[in-house]
Ligand binder design. Structure first.
Ligand code: HEC
Ligand code: HEC
Ligand code: HEC
Ligand code: HEC
Ligand code: HEC
Ligand code: HEC
Length: 617
């Protein structure tokens, strides 16, 4: 069984590499392990792991439907591997998502915090439910080996039909809802891929892909374990697949024609080339080959077809999921090697589990599968020729572990540098608000800001006494310092104390001992208090008690001040709109608002703020 061992060794090495990258991903974040950005937030992991994982699993529902609903019993012998593949495909989706989510530990939120208006909500629930259904569908197989599970097993077998129906319903819903997901982002997708019938297109191609995946997995494991492939069945699957492919081709091109999008094919964009490549390898070449009888009958021929079309349809998902997103942007997204390493590791992990299941349990049903038969312990025999497989043996395990560790070490070696010296979030210095009585607050000068009736707020909040409600701390020798002078970064906490400036020769040029007592721990408690040198930093009556000198980000300083007070006023004066985002953010709604905003901004910028004399102290 050298072939199996070598293959497993490779899988373990991929897992090792993936483990190294995964460590970096969870320690240092997405920024350093992916080429994703705010403009291209979905890339290989969504396009491949999630979108394709789900599509690959389509074999599960196609075959369970064939066997248990349409009662085509001859396909029975490939149902178990298909269900197992589907289960692992979905498990890969879940694992892949953990890497892609910014806050993966919140993944359970959708179970409790429902947002039924969200397409992602549906996708998430479908994945969870279908994963459960697949688990229940497959559970009887390993349960055969354990006598004490026989009750549960028999119960699940009796439940099979409802489970199969639930599985079909869920995955139909899901295959297509992945398509619907993209319907809500028309401008993100290239017109050659965007279509109102994307859910239908996804569904049809998922069936084709499911058939091809079952074929691939059968032929490959047959080769791996030197087993005789179920050629007769696979030939039938191939025969069915060509009609699915033809239907897909017709729907895809017909849809483009009906919507008048075929003109795009004349354009010289690189997406057009991508479109043709995708269509050719996903359906055109496989269909042509499948119409040749000799191809359908030969394992090599079928394997070629399966590999081509699986690659093609996976490419389709990657295109929809991420690649052609570039349509809208300036930057070209290409996955980083670390993204590819994680993706490969997720697949390798699924493959290791698959092989484990196949070797330990009766997945291929070489024994008669009588549901009522007493569970028997299966000796570890080769599924076909009956030779003793035995445990992998110490030698093999040592080899796998060694492969894993070496690959992980290489992974860490390759990682060093960038990820470890992560820059973190880029600083965005905050700028001063401009304008007259009304200020234009736009700390990062990105054009989206809020207009703030400063004078009106002074009037409404107590005139001269109001200042400290917002201006809670000032620079030395100053009154009502602008917030950006301490909250000096748009999104990051910053140092308002400026430790370096105090002791630097170009700044206050103080000796350390001016503030720190020799021999004592140097921290905020032991240092000399600010007001021993500055008596004007914190004005009397200030609303915020300053306990340390790390000032919150500009955005947060604004939000806590503005929204904090507005929420109180909103409830006390019964003006619910006051605390809503759009009271302050008028421009982020739609284009017309943005135009209004631009003119408002023009009016405000360039004016000088002149506070009436009564407010100048
Ligand atoms: C009472 C006024 C007010 C309310 C209500 C308010 N904001 Fe803000 N918000 C501000 C101010 C002022 C800024 C700073 C604007 C700037 O510098 O561009 C800001 C900044 C932001 C920024 C950063 C802008 C940028 O350019 O990066 C975001 C994002 C934001 N707010 C979102 C929201 C959301 C979401 C809500 C509703 C939950 C909300 N805000 C409610 C006043 C408000
Ligand atoms: C509702 C909160 C609020 C109140 C009340 C308030 N201010 Fe302001 N003030 C601000 C904000 C926000 C800015 C803009 C800060 C920035 O540019 O980062 C500002 C800016 C200023 C500036 C401009 C700073 C500069 O260097 O350009 C002055 C001066 C000022 N306020 C004086 C006052 C005085 C005097 C009072 C009391 C009579 C007062 N403010 C009351 C929130 C307030
Ligand atoms: C001289 C520096 C300085 C100026 C000027 C300043 N702040 Fe602050 N601010 C701080 C520091 C330091 C903290 C942190 C206090 C703490 O966490 O104990 C802080 C904290 C805050 C907080 C968070 C309070 C909390 O609940 O944790 C808000 C809100 C805030 N500032 C708003 C403002 C606004 C609005 C302005 C302008 C009107 C302003 N600040 C001007 C230094 C300043
Ligand atoms: C103006 C007063 C002042 C001077 C001068 C000063 N320090 Fe500090 N130092 C502080 C305060 C206040 C803190 C606490 C800062 C905080 O927690 O935000 C501090 C904190 C520290 C810390 C702990 C830093 C940390 O992150 O916890 C060290 C170390 C330190 N100072 C060393 C020095 C040395 C060395 C010098 C001379 C070059 C010096 N300080 C000069 C006031 C001062
Ligand atoms: C030993 C006396 C002393 C102590 C204690 C002290 N400072 Fe200062 N600070 C100075 C001197 C001197 C300057 C520079 C001259 C000036 O601007 O007044 C300065 C300047 C500053 C500045 C302006 C820095 C700049 O970039 O221009 C800030 C802000 C400041 N101090 C905050 C604080 C805070 C907050 C504390 C308490 C943690 C503190 N200081 C404690 C003496 C002191
Ligand atoms: C101390 C409380 C307080 C703070 C802090 C405050 N506001 Fe207000 N704001 C009010 C009150 C009170 C009104 C008037 C409500 C009314 O009666 O209509 C108001 C009204 C407004 C309005 C609507 C003006 C109009 O008539 O349409 C805007 C916009 C606004 N605030 C923005 C801001 C922004 C931006 C900030 C933060 C920089 C802020 N407010 C901070 C109390 C506050």
């Amino acid at each position: 069984m050298n072939r199996v061992r070598n293959f497993k060794l490779i899988l373990w090495m991929i897992l090792g590499l993936g483990a190294a990258v995964a460590t970096a991903r969870f320690m240092f974040g997405l920024g350093v392990t992916t080429n994703l950005s705010d403009r291209t937030p979905w890339g290989l992991w969504i396009g491949f792991d999630v979108m394709s994982g789900v599509a690959l699993a389509a074999g599960g529902f196609v075959l369970t439907a064939t066997v248990y609903i349409f009662k085509l019993d001859k396909f029975h012998s490939i149902v178990r591997p298909a269900v197992l593949t589907a289960f692992l495909g979905y498990a890969a989706v879940a694992v892949g998502l953990l890497f892609d989510l910014g806050l993966p530990w919140n993944i359970w939120h959708m179970i409790i915090f429902w947002n039924p208006h969200s397409a992602l909500f549906e996708v998430g629930w479908c994945v969870m439910l279908y994963l459960t259904v697949l688990l229940l569908e497959f559970f009887p197989v390993p349960a055969e080996e354990f006598g004490f599970l026989s009750k549960i097993r028999n119960f699940l077998i009796r439940l099979r039909l409802p489970l199969v129906i639930a599985g079909i319903a869920l995955s139909t819903l899901h295959q297509s809802s992945l398509g619907s997901l993209f319907l809500i982002m028309p401008y993100n997708l290239h017109p050659l891929w965007y279509s109102p019938i994307l859910p239908v297109v996804f569904f049809i191609s998922a069936i084709g892909l499911g058939l091809m995946m079952v074929t691939f997995e059968s032929l490959f494991t047959a080769w791996l374990y030197r087993r005789k492939p179920e050629m007769e069945l696979l030939e039938r699957l191939g025969a069915a697949a060509r009609w699915v492919f033809l239907l897909y081709l017709a729907v895809r091109l017909g849809d483009l024609a009906v919507r008048g999008q075929l003109v795009h094919l004349g354009g010289g964009e690189w997406q057009v080339g991508m479109f043709w490549v995708e269509l050719a390898i996903a359906v055109v070449i496989p269909t042509v080959l499948l119409f040749i009888r000799a191809v359908r009958r030969s394992p090599a021929g079928l394997m070629t077809v399966a590999i081509t079309s699986v690659t093609g349809i996976v490419l389709n998902r990657i295109n929809v999921g991420g690649l052609v997103h570039i349509n809208r942007g300036d930057t070209l997204y290409l996955p980083a090697w670390t993204e590819i390493a994680i993706t490969s590791a997720v697949i390798a992990g699924a493959a290791v589990v698959f092989l484990f299941m196949v070797e330990k349990f009766n997945v291929w049903e070489r024994r008669p599968a009588d549901p009522d038969a007493e569970p028997t312990r299966k000796p570890k025999f080769h599924p076909v020729d009956g030779s003793w497989l035995g445990e992998p043996g110490i030698a093999a395990r040592t080899k796998y572990s060694l492969g894993f560790i070496i690959a992980a070490a290489i992974g860490f070696a390759l990682l060093s540098g960038g990820p470890v010296e992560s820059r973190g979030v880029d600083p965005t210095p905050a700028r001063m608000a401009r304008g007259g009585d009304t200020l234009w607050i736009d700390g990062n000068l990105d054009g989206y800001g809020t207009s703030f009736p400063h004078l009106e707020h002074i009037r409404r909040n107590g005139g001269g006494r109001s200042c400290v409600k917002c201006h809670h701390m000032n620079l030395p020798h100053d009154r009502n310092s602008a917030c950006y002078q301490c909250h000096s970064d748009m999104y990051l906490r910053t140092d308002a104390f400026r430790h370096d400036r105090h002791s630097s020769p170009t700044g206050a040029n103080l000796a350390c001992t001016e503030c720190h007592v020799k021999g004592q721990v140097r921290n905020v408690e032991s240092a000399k208090r600010c007001d021993e040198c500055h008596n004007d930093l914190v004005p009397p009556g200030s609303s915020i008690k300053v306990k340390q000198y790390r000032a919150v980000s500009y955005t947060e300083a604004m939000h806590r001040t503005c929204i904090g007070c507005h929420t109180i006023v909103a409830t006390s004066k019964d003006k619910p709109d006051l605390s809503r985002c759009t009271t302050c953010h008028k421009g982020q709604r739609n284009v017309t608002d943005a135009t209004v905003l631009a003119s408002q901004k023009r009016r405000l910028i360039g004016k000088r703020m002149v506070l009436p004399p009564i407010y100048r102290k």
